[in-house]
Write a protein that binds this ligand. Sequence first.
Ligand code: NAD
Ligand code: DAU
Length: 365
Amino acid sequence: MTDCILVTGGAGFIGSNFVIEWFAQGGGPLVNLDKLTYAGNLENLASIESNPAYTFVRGDICDAELVGRLFEEHHPRAIVHFAAESHVDRSILGPEAFLKTNIDGTFTLLQAARAYYGTLQGEDKSRFRFLHVSTDEVYGTLGPDDPAFHEETPYSPNSPYAASKASSDHLVRAWVHTYGLPAVITNCSNNYGPFQFPEKLIPLMISNALQGKPLPVYGDGQQIRDWLYVRDHCRAIMTVLEKGTIGECYNVGGNNQRANIDVVNALCSLLDELVPDSANRPHAQLITYVKDRPGHDRRYAIDARKIQRELNWFPEESFETGFRKTVEWYLANAEWVEHVTSGAYQQWMTSNYSDRTTVAAGGAR
Ligand code: NAD
Ligand code: DAU
């Protein structure tokens, strides 16, 4: 076995932050398997693309032959599985892709990992891990006075996205229980930070506000989410990878419950401060209440005491510090936002990776 890890979905929001953080912390070789759906963006990884320890493979996690080959070729010591369809609104409009990638894709990875694990011996075997990245949405919704989600909270997913993630979690659990696959699961709350696709609340609101477009707040805006800075999440995943107990789940959260309307108002105030010459000031005038999301979960909140107590992981960012960093990042990276909103990032990938399905650092393979 090598020191390599196999990452799925590493060109997406959390995955690309993870890959960057992995190398920043001196991590070993990393293979990134990503299909490059609309959510995958290789521009996110421009800073590490030429690192000789990095290999990019364009492909689908549902492709059993490809996934099996990657295990054989790279002999990874772990797989960190981010790849998913991740946007709740899209799951309401078209659930099929969610079932395919999130359920079938996870099943394909589990089967390949199980076959590979069966070939390992000694230290290679005891060291191998399958880390499945999941969400707090599997637990359903909370009332205003309910205690936060903990690892024993019963699953009660409400959206097609949440149901597909819950299904994948159950598959992982079953592969541990039945086949002895050494897997761990993380369930985290809403992430925010650099490279988030502007269909999710915070980057969408930043992008719209800068263009003077309406800021669409669903329903009464009193839904609560528990915000986690993405790099804190990435460090939590690395911690679970190295120290987590096989078969366990770890909830990851930043203890930052906020109502959506408060997040949007805070953003407007911050933009008023950071872009004082904007024609759109005060940005709060752009807030527009729109029809609610069907089946909209009212409140999420994470109890992260288990990962804190057992693995000594704590978030470094408060919502205020992480939020300011995030807004400043989007302001400093207007070109990235423009490429994503115009679709130019996909043309960039076509011209840079046109006839290659597999790209290793430094050239085609
Ligand atoms: P994202 O949508 O930004 O990125 C998903 C990535 O997976 C993209 O690069 C995409 O190209 C890739 N992908 C999609 N289908 C694929 C397939 N069939 N084969 C290979 N690659 C494929 O998602 P994200 O927000 O970075 O979320 C990453 C993971 O974290 C997901 O599993 C998600 O459920 C989970 N999660 C996200 C959040 C959040 O707030 N964003 C919170 C909790 C959990
Ligand atoms: O809780 C973890 C989950 O967080 C992840 O598993 C998902 O992958 C991720 O997308 C996120 O799901 P949400 O549905 O909570 O995120 P989203 O950014 O879509 O919405 C956050 C809140 O803001 C939610 O209550 C809906 C609301 N919203 C969202 C959008 C896009 C609006 O009011 N207006 C909007 O335009």
